[in-house]
Write a protein that binds this ligand. Structure first.
Ligand code: SRM
Ligand code: SF4
Length: 582
């Protein structure tokens, strides 16, 4: 749909209501009216159709198998055991493929029929969650480092992110009126939208909080990133701020490209809301509303310059940035297994366990018992949470790498949890190779309307091939970050993978190589439009060279760049202080 149409639909929507209620009530089709599909995104849902069934349905002269994806708004990916159980029930009652942890710390449901949408959203609301602004031209789910999650500093950063998420929500009550039957008020349809205005933002806007040395949220892929500055005794001193990151690109269109955010200065914790509002307002006013492919903040910044952007944010926020402090990231993956946290106040230290959830998919199909296992675990955690001696309760945290953290566990409960997880095969963190543990894949087929190739469903087979090739070169269990994307839009942040496949056509991918493992360097196109055999043939000699010539502890991506095997990597905007320190 053209930019002009989307802008017109937003403007005429009576604050995102459109004719959604009529569309939902229409019994003659499983779809919504076209304009309402656009508006539904702002409510946290997408109309999709099962692409596996498209040809068959067309041949039978049936309308496509329409169904809906629902995405939660869960800042920092925090869920209580009771919320997990509620989401689990929703998956069983209304969805088709279990639960799906996304690369932005949300849960998605797929395959929800139109007639069940309202009940599903009401059940999400009953669990004290919502889906507002999970999609659409607004600020999206705010991501927060899931590691190290038990420190005092992490709790502080998470609280700040959650407050910001609430603060940036649109003023419209369209969500409540549409899904919860909240009665219309005098201002319904023309509520005040002081920040977003009648047309909302030109495009999606993404904010992330990283806590060095962990870059598990890929802060340089965010439109706006806050990188925690930690003082000598582990307290929060402030943030380095970065802006202008984004992954989306289109094949064969040089006007679109992935871009790393640039560090523009540092601020105090109290200045975060003002900076976020100023950055969003700048993008609202200057983002390109005439071409959606050119409407993200990264293009606004490239068109006008980073100094202009910094100045505009400073002017609107009413203060100047201090010089960036510069921090060092070690890793953009998750830390699997048990980690002991810092003791908070008077309570003893608690533990966290990071579980590997392949491609974030949690269901009980194809030999997996993950959904049943996590249900049993949530029940167990809920029991532990009822213990009055526990001052902060055990809970779940979704990671931006599609994995799951079980947080705030007492040392004496660890063995019981380990036994339960092993019973359901949820102990991959003990068994899987490091390339498998850290691999990401987007949803792609059959639900994603933009997919050009498989990703999530192809991941297990492709990782097995890579493991074989690594083993053949004596590189068993070498940590390499692998990402598979069904198209160039970049949902699993493929341009930050040491090895990445970007879907081009069924069974064919562009092979991208040479990112680092800290999320600070983009990869580059190595070979175009390859099938699996060609990909493996391209990688095999590189693994051989790496096995023979790598430096001590040198990572694959770094080796490829040092050895000149990939051209100087795209460093459109490496954040300056990091560049110096890295
Ligand atoms: Fe994404 C569109 C799935 C994270 C960049 N993304 C889509 C849609 C909604 C397809 C569509 O528009 O019809 C996909 C739905 C697939 C499905 O069936 O569920 C989709 N994106 C996802 C998820 C579920 C991938 C995953 O496997 O986990 C992630 C949900 C995140 C969330 O909970 O909010 C997801 N998408 C991302 C990220 C990563 C991130 O935010 O850290 C990116 C790259 C960062 C960025 O935004 O630049 C990303 N998605 C896109 C784009 C390209 C945007 C652009 O600037 O060009 C699209 C296409 C679009 O917006 O037109 C897109
Ligand atoms: Fe769909 Fe492409 Fe995103 Fe994968 S990267 S989920 S194929 S839009």
């Amino acid at each position: 749909m053209s930019s002009h149409s989307v802008e017109a639909i937003k403007a005429a929507s009576r604050r995102l209501r459109g004719t959604l209620l009529d569309s939902l009530a229409d019994p003659l089709t499983g779809a919504l009216a076209e304009d309402d599909r656009v508006l539904l995104k702002f409510h946290g849902s997408y109309q999709q159709d099962d692409r596996d069934l498209r040809d068959e349905r067309r041949a039978q002269k049936l309308e496509p198998a329409y169904a809906f994806m629902i995405r939660t708004r869960t800042p920092g990916g925090v869920l209580t055991p009771a919320q997990w159980l509620a989401l689990d029930t929703i998956a069983d009652s209304y969805a088709e493929r279990g639960l799906r942890i996304t690369t932005r710390q949300a849960i998605q449901f797929h395959g929800v029929a139109k007639r069940d949408l309202k009940a599903a959203l009401q059940a999400i609301h009953a669990a004290l969650l919502d889906t507002r602004s999970a999609c659409g031209d607004v600020n999206r789910n705010i991501v927060v480092s899931a590691n190290p999650l038990l420190s005092r500093l992490h709790a502080q950063v998470h609280a700040q992110a959650a407050a910001l998420s609430a603060h940036l929500l649109p003023g419209t009550r369209a969500w409540q009126e549409t899904w919860l039957d909240v009665p219309l008020a005098a201002d319904s349809g023309h509520e005040d939208e002081p920040l977003l205005g009648t047309n909302y933002l030109p495009r999606k806007f993404k904010i992330g909080f990283a806590i060095p040395p962990h870059n598990d949220i890929d802060v340089f892929a965010q439109d706006l990133g806050f990188i925690a500055l930690i003082d000598g005794d582990g307290g929060l001193r402030g943030y380095d701020v970065c802006a202008g990151g984004g992954m989306g690109a289109s094949h064969g269109d040089a006007e679109t490209y992935p871009r790393l955010a640039e560090v523009i200065g540092s601020i105090t914790p109290e200045q975060v809301p003002a900076v976020a509002i100023a950055a969003i307002a700048t993008q609202r006013d200057f983002g390109d509303r005439s071409v959606r492919k050119h409407a993200r903040l990264k293009y606004t910044i490239d068109d006008r310059g980073i100094d202009w952007f910094r100045g505009e944010v400073e002017r609107r926020a009413g203060f100047a940035f201090a010089p960036a402090q510069g921090v060092r990231f070690e890793h953009n993956g998750d830390r699997f297994g048990w980690v002991e946290g810092e003791a908070l106040s008077r309570s003893p230290a608690r533990w966290q366990l990071t579980l590997r959830i392949p491609a974030g998919r949690i269901h009980d199909r194809d030999g997996s018992h993950a959904q049943a296992g996590l249900r049993a675990l949530a029940r167990r955690l809920r029991e532990l949470g009822d213990d009055p001696a526990v001052t902060e309760v055990p809970h779940f945290r979704l990671t931006a790498n599609q994995n799951l953290v079980i947080a705030h566990i007492a040392a004496h409960d660890r063995a019981g949890i380990d036994a339960l997880l092993a019973q359901y095969g949820l102990d991959l963190h003990h068994r899987a190779s490091r390339v498998r543990l850290h691999a990401l894949a987007c949803v792609a087929l059959p639900t994603c309307g933009l997919a050009m190739a498989e990703a999530e469903r192809y991941l297990p087979a492709f990782v097995a091939r890579i493991e074989e090739r690594l083993a053949a070169h004596g590189l068993d269990d070498t940590p390499i970050h692998l990402r598979i994307s069904g198209c160039p839009n970049g949902c699993p942040r493929p341009y930050l993978g040491e090895i990445a496949l970007v879907g081009k056509a069924p069974g064919r991918y562009n092979l991208m190589l040479g990112a680092d493992h800290r999320g600070q360097r983009l990869n580059v196109l190595y070979r175009e439009n390859l099938d699996e055999a060609q990909i493996l043939a391209a990688l095999d000699p590189l693994f051989a060279l790496y096995a023979g010539e790598r430096g001590d502890g040198e990572r694959f991506g770094d080796f490829l760049v040092r050895a000149g095997i990939v051209a100087a990597p795209i460093a459109r905007s490496l954040p300056t202080p990091l560049e110096v320190l890295a």
